[in-house]
Design a protein around this ligand. Structure first.
Ligand code: IMP
Ligand code: MG
Length: 332
């Protein structure tokens, strides 16, 4: 694996949490760096328990994995400490000295600023926290007493790990279509979400990356405002079992069929080398719990083949259920 970047293909909620938890266990990840902020919830199902993680890296399921939060991230202190407790990772989590802090005032600004009104933000305050950082007035992790036990130099740790040949994963959040630069502006999040941006937030240069794994869901969903091509009605979404409620905010997700044009765009801009497709069992219920490609019904195989043909990279992981290990792994 050595250094892999995981990104979201569409508007987030593709199943990055599940995919990363699988890789953490299967590839015995040594280091996982979370980027972004508290607006993104990564859902992990492990040993019958469900975790919706806003701060702690999804690789926590591997007890040997060092968990880091990069310098580019925005830390919500209360949420982080709560999750550190729930996941029991006190002794192996590190936060970069220069990660910035998202405060209560940012959440209030997020919910009350006129210019953010029609965007449908998550309300956590991530956009305003980034504005504060750009103004050079942000509070940093090193200024927070409760974070002192966890402070570290993430860029140094992660680059040392890569140089030592360890298995490293950079955990992207949200999806390319929410990118401040490449997404559906102005209906986007406050940062770039592409693979390059994930590297930048972690402090890893582009020559150090071996793999970019982009995670697709078998259908498209979106929360908040902004366009979604070929959107289904809620009734139709419920009928197809595509209707979802957001893990982080409890909001209803809108949905649409898999979008091949956007898939190509996401592969190009991320420089993706591999793809994962999650929730294939929602499209093809016979796939539920399958662990080998041969178990898949013909229609499901055709769908995967069509994706590979159109995007030009292999679909190496296929999600067939919510648990971390409900995966068909087609890597050598
Ligand atoms: P913000 O990131 O809270 O500023 O919200 C901006 C837009 O990004 C809104 O449409 C949100 O619904 C969307 N968004 C932000 N984070 C996520 C995520 O993790 N999953 C899905 N949508 C997200
Ligand atoms: Mg999510």
């Amino acid at each position: 694996m050595p250094c892999t970047v995981v990104t979201g293909a569409f508007w987030g909620d593709e199943g990055k949490g599940k995919t990363i938890s699988y890789l953490a266990l299967k590839d015995q990840l040594d280091v996982c760096v979370r980027t972004g902020s508290v607006n993104a919830a990564h859902t992990v199902w492990y040993q019958g328990n469900r975790y919706a993680l806003h701060m702690v890296p999804a690789a926590f399921v591997n007890e040997k994995c060092r968990l880091l939060i990069g310098a580019g991230a925005n830390v919500h202190v209360a949420k982080l400490l709560e999750e550190v407790e729930v996941t029991n990772v006190k002794n192996r989590i590190g936060i970069d000295n220069q990660a910035s802090i998202i405060e209560e005032k940012h959440s209030i600004q997020d919910k009350t600023s006129a210019h953010l009104k029609g965007i449908g933000t998550t309300g956590w305050g991530v956009g305003p926290a980034i504005e504060e950082r750009v103004r050079r007035t942000a509070k940093l992790a090193k200024d927070v007493p409760e974070l002192q036990p966890y402070l570290t130099d993430v860029a140094k740790e992660v680059n040392n790990a890569i140089d030592a040949g360890k298995n490293v994963l950079l955990e992207g959040t949200q999806g390319l279509m929410l990118s401040l630069f490449h997404g559906t502006y102005p209906y986007v999040t406050g940062r770039d979400t592409s693979a390059s941006a994930i590297c930048s937030e972690a402090g890893v240069g582009p020559t150090k990356v071996d793999n970019v794994l982009t995670v697709f869901k078998a259908f498209v969903t979106r929360v908040g405002a902004g366009p979604i091509p070929r959107e289904l009605t809620k009734e139709e979404a419920i009928k197809r079992r595509w209707f979802e409620i957001a893990a982080g905010t409890g909001r209803e997700r809108r949905s649409a069929p898999f979008n091949f044009e956007l898939a190509k765009k996401t592969v190009t801009i991320n420089g993706a080398t591999q793809a994962a497709v999650t929730k294939l069992d929602i499209l093809y219920p016979q796939c539920k719990g399958a662990k080998t490609y041969n178990e898949l019904p013909e229609g499901a195989k055709q769908f995967i083949n069509e994706i590979e043909k159109q995007i030009g990279i292999p679909v190496v992981l296929i999600g067939t259920g919510p648990e971390a290990l409900d995966v068909i792994d087609r890597r050598k």
